[in-house]
Design a protein around this ligand. Structure first.
Ligand code: PFF
Length: 442
């Protein structure tokens, strides 16, 4: 059977950017930045994205396109030995992420209804905070919404590569982008917003501890969908004709732009309305309604925003589920339908503790952090760890062959290719390893 391929280069870039742009940019990035002191964290984040992110995005795509297989099969085909374990780590990480991702996406879907109801049409920080806490602390609805989101994800995945993912991504991503810009303009022109802009853009290096570095690298990998084979999987559906380096750059640039805009949408409003930038995982959900309440036709914008955010989450969750499904299809010869049903069901069940850890079940809070928080922390470790091995693999095992594969015809400007190879061989593994060890020891 010939493997299905992306319809076009633009289609691939949009789908990969669709995977990258999601809750990580709009929900996670602003609160993690707020939690870690703002400007200095932002600088470290950007540094890591451009030093490691671009090279690693290319590395994953090279593995996928060369092997034309799922992450585990790719490592087996290209090298064998213990390397397929890296693919297993990736599939496992995908499971962990999707389990809590669907919970937060469920909150997003619930907020469509909340915005429409007018119940959140206030700029009162206390009211908005309580509304959010009350909802996520419920025992039933958050679980039901997570289930609905998982079903949507599964439906797209069953549709296959070309029809399902590509079409959704192409249509709705640009719309979200425009809305984001409108909201940034509203947010930075609020009275008192400048304090937030300053917090976001002026580095305070005293806030940069080991924990902040760990959060930054975790966030960089999470946001770029890096370190677990999502891009290996997407790369495996690429044909030889598609240019890799420019595709990788476009994906990283798009993802980072959206994260930067999301920060500029949320953090100024946080200060304008008197929220706490260290609020944690609820930051976007409590702040955004206040922004909508302070603009004309806020209800309409609010509904639109949470619908589009749900779609952005969907184009990301699809790539998470796709990793597991491609693996089951390629390695276990399951049909796409059965593989999707099995993976989505197990993932949903694994997400239930995250959904219930926000107040419904007190026993799901450990050392002051909810089960969901622990899952995000675990992800912040697993993704960079996967990335470390992927870098070593492409740098040392594939080596110069990877350069040829990245550029089709070896026409790469050679000095750049050499820089890329040495980033993968030494700089990225050492840097990632150092940060991870420091985080674990702190
Ligand atoms: N990059 C996605 C986001 O920022 O929301 C999350 C994600 C998707 C992480 C796919 C990892 C992945 F493989």
């Amino acid at each position: 059977m010939t493997r299905e391929h992306w319809g076009s280069r633009a289609g691939f870039v949009m789908a990969a950017a669709g995977s990258a742009v999601g809750l990580g940019n709009i929900w996670k990035f602003p609160y993690v930045t707020g939690d870690n002191g703002g400007g200095a964290f932002l600088l470290v984040y950007l540094g890591l994205v451009f030093l490691f992110g671009v090279s690693l995005v290319m590395a994953e795509l090279v593995i996928g396109r060369t092997a034309q297989r799922d992450p585990i099969g790719a490592f087996r085909k290209l090298a064998g030995g213990a390397w397929p374990l890296v693919g297993m780590l990736g599939v496992f990480t995908g499971f962990v992420i999707l389990s809590f991702y669907s919970v937060v996406a469920g909150w997003t879907m619930a907020y469509v209804g909340y915005m429409a109801s007018g119940a959140l049409a206030t700029t009162d920080a206390d009211v908005l905070g309580q509304a959010f806490t009350a909802f996520i602390g419920e025992g039933v609805r958050p679980v039901v919404y997570a289930a609905v989101f998982m079903v949507l994800t599964a439906l797209v995945v069953v549709g296959g590569i070309g029809r399902g993912i590509e079409r959704a991504a192409k249509l709705l991503m640009p719309l979200l982008f425009i809305l984001l810009i409108v909201l940034v303009v509203r947010s930075v022109t609020l009275p008192g917003a400048m304090e937030g802009v300053r917090f976001y853009l002026t580095p305070d290096f005293s806030r940069l501890d080991a924990e902040a570095w760990g959060a930054a690298i975790g966030q960089a990998f999470f946001s770029l969908s890096l370190g677990m084979g999502a891009l290996i999987t997407y790369g495996s559906y690429m044909s030889r004709q598609q240019a890799l380096p420019s595709s990788a750059l476009s994906i990283v640039a798009l993802d980072t732009t959206v994260a930067l805009l999301a920060g500029l949408m949320i953090l100024p409003a946080v200060f304008a309305f008197g929220f706490d930038p260290g609020e944690g995982a609820g930051l976007a959900f409590v702040t955004l309604p206040a922004v909508f309440a302070s603009m004309p036709a806020g209800t309409v914008f609010g509904v639109m925003f949470f619908v589009l955010l749900t779609v952005a989450a969907l184009t990301s969750s699809v790539s998470l589920l796709e990793v597991v499904v491609t693996y089951l299809v390629d390695e276990w010869s399951l049909s796409r339908r059965v593989a999707t049903l099995a993976a989505a069901s197990v993932c949903f069940l694994a997400g239930v503790p995250s959904a219930l850890s926000q107040g419904a079940v007190g026993g799901l809070v450990f050392a002051d952090a909810s089960f969901l928080d622990w899952m995000t922390r675990l992800t912040d470790l697993l993704l960079p760890l996967g990335g470390l091995f992927i870098a070593l693999f492409v740098g040392w095992v594939m080596g110069p062959a990877a350069v040829a594969a990245a550029t089709d015809d070896g026409r790469a400007p050679l000095p750049l290719a050499r820089v890329w190879l040495w980033i993968l061989r030494v700089v990225a593994p050492a840097g990632i390893g150092f940060i991870l060890i420091n985080t674990l020891l702190s």
